[in-house]
Write a protein that binds this ligand. Structure first.
Ligand SMILES: NC(=O)c1ccc[n+]([C@@H]2O[C@H](COP(=O)([O-])OP(=O)(O)OC[C@H]3O[C@@H](n4cnc5c(N)ncnc54)[C@H](OP(=O)(O)O)[C@@H]3O)[C@@H](O)[C@H]2O)c1
Length: 387
């Protein structure tokens, strides 16, 4: 495809690191219906106000847990006005955490959502090793050394980075498509070192749903809501994987409650889904004039339409990407990861998108620009008429 592996991961990293508005996603009714945990826990969330943070924090509160957040106080500052918030910067200021540890503060669990720099995990996990019973680290499916094997499970080798290259990564600006995955693998190793038998790593795939600031999955429900002729990518049977931030966040809290240790791929859906299954599933949430025109991967490439960032969620399952959208999730299922219906994710995503300011919606970070879609559809029809 036109997007090389490096560009592809780079674009994902950049899209995923942008700051968004975020959304408190659980309704009052859902919170009221949530059964309290048998034992309330003290949970420290490093982060908590981006995409997966809000639903996990809301669910933790609904379960009766006491949650403390540690972040810089920059992202979605309106969220959780009643929670204890420790302010600091993992790059160079852990003083608020150090003060709590120094005063003898104890937590049942730490959930580390923020880090992609091993030094950050080394410092935080090292500091908290005697002050917390359990550490859950948010890694990424990108931590694996390659994406070529469909059905690969958590035993697949993770990427490696040399100490020299790792030392060059001083801030998040130094994270690239080349080093993101190996850095996440190194972060995992740092957390495991500090919490050897009390450690859980979740490697999410594409995280989607309300609050998603990357606009990748969001492109499809929003585009399908607009209706008309929609350009659909590749072979309708090409696989896709993604996970709703709410499913992931709630599962994290269950992992913490159960003290579940080990490595887990955190992606869905439960059963294999094709790009056609996903697009038709989203279509079932609307009532409008709509048709899909399937344009094959080679034609998309010839016309400089990118997989993943323009034809979002989709990557042609060939070569080095043959297994990218087919990770094995047996372990996660056994450990209690559940999935809401696609229709729920699609509708909540459109609702979230509609709540964003007009200027934000005018500049989506992913998806196929309308002019490009129209141009390529016209060229595709002309080619097929000529053939
Ligand atoms: N998006 C995806 O599809 C995807 C896929 C796989 C893995 N992941 C992983 O998921 C994680 C991010 O998830 P999320 O954004 O949803 O998590 P989150 O916990 O909801 O939000 C990220 C938090 O990090 C805080 N933060 C950022 N920089 C910080 C710093 N220097 N010091 C202290 N706190 C800082 C932010 O608050 P402030 O800005 O206020 O500090 C925010 O609260 C990352 O580890 C990423 O690698 C994402």
């Amino acid at each position: 495809m036109t997007t090389s592996r490096r560009d592809f991961v780079q674009l994902s990293v950049l899209a995923g690191s942008a700051v968004g508005l975020g959304l408190a996603s659980r309704s009052r009714a859902a919170i009221a219906e949530t059964e309290k945990a048998s034992k309330p826990l003290k949970i420290l969330v490093l982060g908590g106000t981006g995409l997966i943070g809000p639903p996990m924090v809301e669910y933790a509160i609904a379960r009766g847990h006491e949650v403390t957040l540690f972040n810089r106080g920059k992202t979605n500052t309106h969220l959780f006005p009643n929670l204890e918030k420790l302010q600091g910067d993992r790059n160079d200021d852990l003083s608020s955490l150090e003060a709590e540890v120094g005063s003898g503060r104890l937590w049942d669990a730490v959930i580390d959502n923020t880090a992609s720099i091993p030094r950050w995990v080394n410092e935080s996990a090292g500091l908290l090793a005697d002050s917390a019973d359990f550490y859950l680290y948010t890694s990424s499916i990108s931590a694996y050394a390659d994406s070529a094997t469909p059905g690969a499970d958590e035993t697949a080798p993770v990427g490696q980075i040399s100490p020299e290259d790792e030392a060059k990564v001083l801030t998040t600006k130094d994270i690239t498509g080349d080093n993101y995955g190996p850095l996440k693998a190194r972060c995992e190793a740092e957390a495991r070192k500090a919490f050897p038998d009390r450690f859980c790593v979740v490697r999410p795939g594409l995280i989607v749903g309300p609050g998603d600031y990357s606009d990748r999955f969001t492109y499809w429900p929003v585009r399908i809501h607009e209706g008309g002729e929609v350009m659909a990518p590749g072979n309708p049977s090409d696989p896709v994987q993604f996970v709703d931030c709410r499913d992931l966040g709630e599962w994290y809290i269950r992992l913490v409650e159960n003290g579940t240790t080990g490595d887990f791929n955190g992606v869905g859906p439960r059963s294999p889904m094709s790009i056609a299954g996903m697009l038709y599933g989203i279509r079932a949430t609307v009532d409008n004039e709509i048709s899909f025109t399937w344009v094959d991967a080679d034609f998309l490439e010839e016309n400089e339409v990118q997989a993943w960032m323009q034809m979002t969620v989709w990557v042609p399952p060939v070569g080095e990407y043959a297994g990218f959208s087919s990770s094995n999730i047996d372990r996660a299922l056994a450990a209690g990861l559940t999935f809401r219906p696609l229709a729920d994710t699609a509708s909540a995503t459109v609702e979230y998108w509609s709540s964003l300011p007009e200027d934000r919606r005018a500049t989506p970070k992913a998806g196929c620009p309308p002019e490009l879609e129209a141009k390529v559809l016209e060229a595709w029809h002309a080619k097929n008429q000529a053939d």
